[in-house]
Design a protein around this ligand. Structure first.
Ligand code: KIV
Length: 287
C-alpha cells in the first residue's frame, strides 16, 4: 500500500503558494490552506514543457493544461475539436517541464459528458499517462455526478462554471450570471460542484459582484477569469498574458509583454542577416 509522505499529509502553513520555496509539488491541500489564510494566488495555462519550465521557475504555483490549447497551440478555431489524446500528450509535456507547480489537466469536450464512468476513464488517462495532479471539467449541476465519482476514486477535480467554452455552440461567448435568475443558477452551480467534492472552481466571465459573493459563500477557492478582483485566485491564458495571441483581446486580459512583436522582429532580423550574408560569420563557424 502506498504511504503518504509527511508533506502530503500536512500542508505547510508557513509557506506561501507564490514566492514560497518548496522541494515538493503543490497539492490541492495547499490551495485549501491558502484559502484559509486569505492568500491570493496566480494560475497560468501551459501547453509545452519549455514554457511550463519558465513559469515553474517564476514560482507560478498552479498550471492548467487547458483545452484552450485548441485555439492557442493547436490551430483550431475553438476548444471543441481538442481530443483526449492531444490533452494527454500536452499534459505529459507540462508535467515533465515542471517540478513544483500543481499541474491540472483539462478534460476535453466529449471525454466526460456521457457520464461518470466515461469521465473516470478519461481522467484516469490524464493521471496515469500524463502524471497530472488534478483534472478540470466544465459544468455545475450538470457535472456533479462526474465530479463525485472522480473524487471518490481519488482524482482531485477543479470545476469550471460561468462561461464554459466547450458549450460555445449553445452558449456563445457571453457574460454569464447577469440578472437575478442567472445569478441564482450560478450560485446553485457553485454549491453543486463544492458539494460534489471539487477542490476549486473556475468562474469565467461573470459579473465581479457575483464572483465576490460566490467566493464568500464557498469554502473552496474560486479562480477568476473575467470575474473581477475578489476571487481567491486569477487565471490567464499564457499566450494572451504575454502578447503572443493575435487579434483583439477580451477586456479582462492584461498583457504583460509583447512576445508577438519580439518574435516577429527577431525572425525578420535573422532572415535579413541570412539574405544579406551577415549570418553566419566566422564567430559562428567551425573549422
Ligand atoms: O482551457 C482553459 O485555458 C481554461 C481557462 C481559461 C480557465 O479553461
Amino acid at each position: 500500500m502506498t504511504q503518504l509522505s509527511a508533506a502530503q499529509k500536512t500542508p505547510d502553513s508557513s509557506r506561501t503558494l507564490y514566492g514560497g520555496k518548496g522541494t515538493r509539488r503543490i497539492t490541492v491541500r495547499d490551495l485549501n490552506a491558502a484559502k484559509e489564510r486569505g492568500e491570493k494566488w496566480p494560475m497560468l495555462t501551459a501547453y509545452d514543457a519549455m514554457t511550463a519550465s519558465v513559469f515553474d521557475e517564476a514560482g507560478i504555483p498552479v498550471m492548467l493544461v487547458g483545452d484552450s490549447a485548441g485555439n492557442c497551440h493547436l490551430g483550431y478555431e475553438t476548444t471543441v475539436p481538442v481530443t483526449l489524446d492531444e490533452m494527454t500528450m500536452l499534459s505529459a509535456a507540462v508535467v515533465r517541464g515542471t517540478s513544483r507547480a500543481l499541474i491540472v489537466g483539462d478534460l476535453p469536450f466529449g471525454s466526460y459528458q456521457e457520464g461518470p464512468v466515461q469521465a473516470l476513464r478519461s481522467a484516469t488517462r490524464l493521471v496515469k499517462e500524463a502524471g497530472v495532479g488534478a483534472v478540470k471539467l466544465e459544468g455545475g449541476e450538470r457535472s456533479h455526478r462526474q465530479i463525485e465519482l472522480l473524487v471518490e476514486s481519488g482524482i482531485p477535480v477543479m470545476a469550471h462554471i460561468g462561461l464554459t467554452p466547450q458549450s460555445v455552440n449553445t452558449m456563445g461567448y457571453r457574460v454569464q450570471g447577469r440578472g437575478e435568475e442567472a445569478a441564482q443558477q450560478l450560485l446553485r452551480d457553485a454549491k453543486a460542484v463544492q458539494d460534489a467534492g471539487a477542490f476549486a472552481v473556475v468562474l469565467e466571465l461573470v459579473p465581479a459582484e457575483l464572483a465576490a459573493e460566490v467566493t464568500r459563500v464557498l469554502h473552496i477557492p474560486t479562480i477568476g477569469i473575467g470575474a473581477g478582483p475578489d476571487t481567491d485566485a486569477q487565471v490567464l491564458v499564457w499566450t494572451d498574458m504575454l502578447g503572443l495571441t493575435s487579434g483583439k483581446m477580451p477586456r479582462f486580459v492584461k498583457q504583460y509583454a509583447d512576445l508577438r512583436s519580439v518574435m516577429t522582429q527577431a525572425a525578420q532580423a535573422f532572415a535579413e542577416d541570412v539574405v544579406g550574408g551577415a549570418f553566419p560569420t566566422e564567430e559562428h563557424s567551425v573549422h
